[in-house]
Design a protein around this ligand. Structure first.
Ligand SMILES: [Zn+2]
Length: 353
């Protein structure tokens, strides 16, 4: 039975400080897209009404029953146009649905991250892709994972300057792209710092952080800035070493290969392209959610990476990932709670990490 855990209106004092009986039942309504009736409530403080649907991630969606199928297709490497064809949606509708799902999953990924144990073992690497055009607008994508469980802590893209062989034709193309989109900056250090700071937030209780990276000269300074030099053990591997299973960076190399496979837009020789960087970031969040919460760590396992770290008691189904809205930090409802209990209360009740 659903019970609202706070008033959904941010301006109401019962949003941050709800009491046990801050609401009263206020009838119900029937929606075209659902077989059961949806209960309505009224806040005793601000007197505004809301319903169970106000707390759902598919709040105000058209065709909410297609969301889980779209999530599954996109996280299997199918392009947006093809997803639209399969689901009977227009391209624009599919794009907007996916953007809303991506924004929701970004918050979910953050809300469900707990703290790592006393010894945190992390692997970090950057790989390259592009926005719009490969030879003129390259991107760097730093990826940070927990080494044992393959939990992707964070991945985000940032622009870098085009490098490599410069033919006359390519120089002209770069000049045209700069006229149109502005001079390209090298944001690699900025984004590496951002990604490592995400890991610093979940290793606050760790006495020791073991970070494995390649030998890029910028990493030691940024890493000791993010984690603190006294508890950081930084292992560096030459990136020219053969990329076999014996390579110390194998876990992160393998995770990047999975990303290239499951995100159609990162595949080589593919027609799928992120036209803008921010839409690649949305796709990265969809992949992180699928990899961390839905998929098994390895095919032989039964558990997801988040489950192995103790963040969740079981793997989530796609419909659960897209259930409650997550825009109120740990006051949002937990995806495994049917009654709409907040992430904070749910953690307290099960003693999760
Ligand atoms: Zn209220």
């Amino acid at each position: 039975m659903f019970k609202p855990n706070c008033c959904p209106y941010l301006s109401c004092s019962r949003h941050l400080k709800p009491t046990r009986d801050f609401f009263v039942r206020f009838g119900s309504y029937r929606a075209k897209c659902r077989s059961h009736s949806i209960p309505r409530f009224r806040c005793r403080t601000c007197l505004r009404t809301f319903s169970r649907q106000t707390f759902r991630a598919d709040f105000r969606d058209h065709k909410p029953h297609l969301n889980a199928a779209l999530f599954t297709m996109v996280s299997s490497g199918i392009g947006i146009r093809q997803c639209g064809r399969n689901l009977g949606l227009t391209l624009r509708c599919t794009e907007l649905k996916l953007r809303k799902i991506g924004r929701h999953l970004r918050r979910l990924n953050l809300n469900l991250q707990g703290q790592l144990g006393a010894d945190a073992r992390l692997h970090f690497d950057e790989f390259e892709s592009y926005e719009g055009q490969r030879n003129t607008r390259p991107l760097t994508i730093p990826v940070l994972i927990e080494s044992e469980t393959r939990f992707i802590v964070w991945a985000e893209s940032a622009q870098i300057r085009p490098t490599g062989k410069m033919s006359e034709k390519r120089l002209k193309a770069i000049a045209r792209a700069e006229d149109r989109h502005g001079i390209r900056k090298n944001q690699s250090r900025w984004v590496v710092r951002r990604v490592l700071q995400r890991a610093a937030a979940i290793t606050r209780q760790s006495a020791c952080v073991i970070l494995a990276t390649d030998e890029k000269w910028t990493y030691p300074g940024i890493a000791s800035g993010a984690f603190g030099a006294e508890r950081l053990m930084h292992l560096r591997t030459n990136s020219k070493l053969a990329r076999t299973t014996w390579n110390p960076l194998f876990p992160v190399n393998s995770e990047e290969a999975i990303m290239r496979d499951l995100m159609g837009r990162l595949r080589r020789e593919s027609w799928l392209v992120s036209k803008k960087r921010r839409f690649l970031d949305i796709a990265l969040q969809v992949h992180m959610c699928y990899r961390n919460l839905v998929r098994k760590r390895f095919n032989r396992d039964k558990e997801s990476p988040a489950q192995l770290l103790g963040f969740l008691p079981r793997r989530l189904r796609p419909s659960e990932v897209l259930s409650w809205r997550q825009d109120w930090l740990d006051r949002s409802a937990h995806p495994l709670s049917r009654s709409g209990m907040s992430v904070r209360d749910w953690r307290r009740s099960v003693g999760a990490a």
